[in-house]
Design a protein. Structure first.
Length: 295
């Protein structure tokens, strides 16, 4: 699996700088080491532990064949979110979160189908049969739709988990994930409530270097998990094909077909939730308490 992030790397990226002490959320107290010049300093030892916990969870999800949706719409963050999501072939939302992107996914799919329809018009000759003004209007509509939905254009089912930067800004995404029971892994700063997500990663969510460091680790982890998932699927397909041939060449094909079904059931169960996702228990994300200076 991918290497862990070192404390020195987190320090160099400025991951330890929280918000002004007057803007803090008391629920972040256990992740705060001290304060300096009116700014809370995050305990990076705990950050490091939670990054490793998140990495393990992401690896399990990717290995099960599920996707991770990357979300980050702040101006200094969205290019990083886009790049790292694309690097590991995952979906992303970097422009703005529209209410219902998860809870009303069927309606969102209609907007994406409209986007695909306009693309098709351009290549099938429809654009040549309409007026210049109509072409301009369609082009503008396509540009607007792609800006918002481009990162989820090929997403045909709900993701196995969300990776979010700044849960205060992306509170709608967190709320929708909670309604649907989708696990949330998020970078949380000192002004947020870490209890609203499954795996909080205390760090400076305004620092592009910090976000890039963590997002790249997760992208590399997803690539590794995806490779394992594909290898398992190929192996399962090969086994199924072999058993099917044996079934055709034997008088008692019923027993062999039953074995095929049993293998598929075991494969689904091994993914967790019957193959629909990975459960992340709150107890898995608890960091051992340490004596820390008063914030």
């Amino acid at each position: 699996m991918s290497h862990s992030i070192q404390l020195e790397q987190l320090l160099e990226a400025g991951a330890h700088f929280g918000h002004l002490t007057r803007r803090w959320n008391p629920k972040m107290a256990k992740y705060i080491f001290t304060q300096k010049n009116g700014i809370h300093i995050i305990d990076l030892r705990k950050t490091q532990v939670l990054i490793d916990i998140a990495k393990d969870a992401i690896h399990r999800i990717a290995t099960s064949g599920r996707s991770i949706l990357f979300i980050g719409t702040k101006s200094q963050i969205k290019p990083i979110v886009e790049e790292q999501a694309k690097n590991c072939h995952q979906h992303y939302v970097s422009e703005r979160w529209l209410g219902g992107m998860l809870t009303n996914f069927s309606t969102i799919r209609k907007s994406i189908k409209r986007l695909n329809a306009i693309d098709k018009m351009e290549v099938d000759g429809t654009f040549e049969k309409i007026t210049k003004k109509e072409r301009l209007l369609l082009s503008r509509e396509r540009e607007r739709l792609r800006k918002v939905f481009g990162g989820i254009e090929d997403m045909t089912r709900l993701p196995g988990a969300l990776f979010i930067v700044d849960i205060k800004k992306e509170h709608l995404a967190v709320k929708e994930a909670k309604i649907l029971g989708i696990p949330v892994i998020a970078i949380v700063d000192t002004n947020t409530d870490p209890e609203t997500v499954d795996i909080p990663i205390p760090a400076n969510d305004d620092s592009a270097k910090t976000v890039e460091l963590i997002a790249k680790l997760f992208a590399d982890t997803i690539l590794e998990g995806t490779e394992i998932s594909r290898a398992r699927q190929a192996e399962f397909s090969a086994d199924s094909e072999r058993l099917a041939k044996e079934s055709d060449s034997t008088e008692d094909g019923t027993a062999i077909k039953r074995k095929m079904r049993e293998r598929k059931i075991r494969k689904d169960v091994s993914k967790g939730h019957g193959g629909d996702g990975i459960r992340i228990e709150k107890s898995d994300t608890e960091v051992a308490p340490e004596a820390t200076p008063e914030a």
